[in-house]
Design a binder for this molecule. Structure first.
Ligand SMILES: [Zn+2]
Length: 321
């Protein structure tokens, strides 16, 4: 066996991602970019925690191909008690309440496991392998069906007292704004998430002419496409969302003074003008000395998986747990 092979058999990381629409597993070797193997599956139509676990074990078996991991890192789509490796609940799937996910995985794989929520995991992934590299104070924001965020301060995930740090989607933007999924009114998520963008477009179409009217279904992606093609209604909707995001970022910048902010998620793929509007709105409300860069995330859908790799690497180093 060559030294390279020995290294791969000895220190294999299993990374798992329990996402909103899909489940994913990958294996990686510490210090190397690129997965040795990766497998994904759509979330089961009949949602249950048990079905998720069955699928993730199948995906893990496929990517491990008989090899044994030295550590397991997990990104989970919902709040977790990171220190105990326990799920609080899933935003997408019933039956996860209080489940000891790290312990369950440790039993199955005979290796230490670490669990984080997907926003923190995505943040760590971007910080270690993507758009956040080299920063001491980094904020990752993901804008898609919901809006989440995670802080990496001095190389560590910042959880806050109750694990709620980085919940930028629920910053108050407009007291008179639409009702949010959290039950309050005017949160960023109720204004700038994908569903919020689509809803705002539908509202305006009741009274205004737009190419969007010819579509069978209006989604945030269609709004972005129409905006970038010059449709004035779509442009107004997308600019409004970008400006709301910029104002939320301004609050975060003013409080914590990050060196860089990376924005990921489907809505962040709305084109360069989306970023221009976001940056302009943020700039307007931050101290002029703030040198913060606002950039697109780099790892796209793989950010949480790469975060899971980085979490597991830390188990080797003994810096976490
Ligand atoms: Zn909210």
């Amino acid at each position: 066996m060559t030294g390279d092979e020995l290294r791969k058999t000895k220190r294999l990381i299993l990374a798992l991602d329990f996402g909103g629409t899909k489940l994913a597993a990958a294996v990686a070797v510490p210090g190397e970019r690129g997965f040795l193997a990766k497998a994904t599956a759509p979330s089961p139509t009949k949602k249950s925690a048990e079905a998720d676990r069955k699928i993730i074990l199948k995906l893990a078996a496929r990517v491990l191909a008989g090899r044994k991991p030295a550590a397991v890192g997990v990104s989970f789509g919902g709040p977790v008690q990171a220190e105990e490796g326990r799920v609080v609940l899933s935003h997408h799937v019933p039956g996860w309440e209080g489940f000891p996910l790290a312990g369950w995985l440790e039993e199955r794989f005979g290796a230490p496991a670490v669990v984080e929520n997907d926003a923190n995991s995505g943040a760590l992934g971007e910080w270690a392998f993507g758009a956040g590299r080299g920063t001491k104070s980094f904020l990752y924001v993901t804008v898609s069906t919901g809006i989440g965020g995670g802080w990496i301060l001095n190389g560590e995930i910042y959880h806050g007292a109750d694990g709620l740090a980085g919940e930028i989607g629920h910053l108050l933007i407009d007291l008179e704004g639409p009702v949010c999924t959290c039950g309050r009114r005017g949160c960023l998520e109720a204004i700038a998430s994908g569903p919020a963008i689509a809803r705002r477009a539908r509202e305006l179409l009741a009274s205004e002419r737009s190419v969007l009217q010819d579509l069978p279904e209006i989604t945030a992606r269609e709004v972005a496409r129409a905006a970038n093609a010059g449709d004035p209604v779509a442009e107004r909707v997308l600019r409004g969302a970008a400006q709301a995001l910029g104002r939320a970022l301004a609050q975060a910048i003013t409080l914590v003074n990050p060196g860089r902010i990376a924005i990921g998620g489907g809505v962040a793929r709305s084109g360069e003008r989306f970023f221009t509007w976001t940056r302009e709105a943020a700039r307007r409300y931050v101290p002029p000395q703030a040198r913060v860069e606002i950039v697109p995330a780099q790892l796209l859908d793989d950010a949480p998986l790469w975060g899971a790799v980085a979490l597991a690497e830390r188990l080797f180093e003994g810096t976490q747990k």
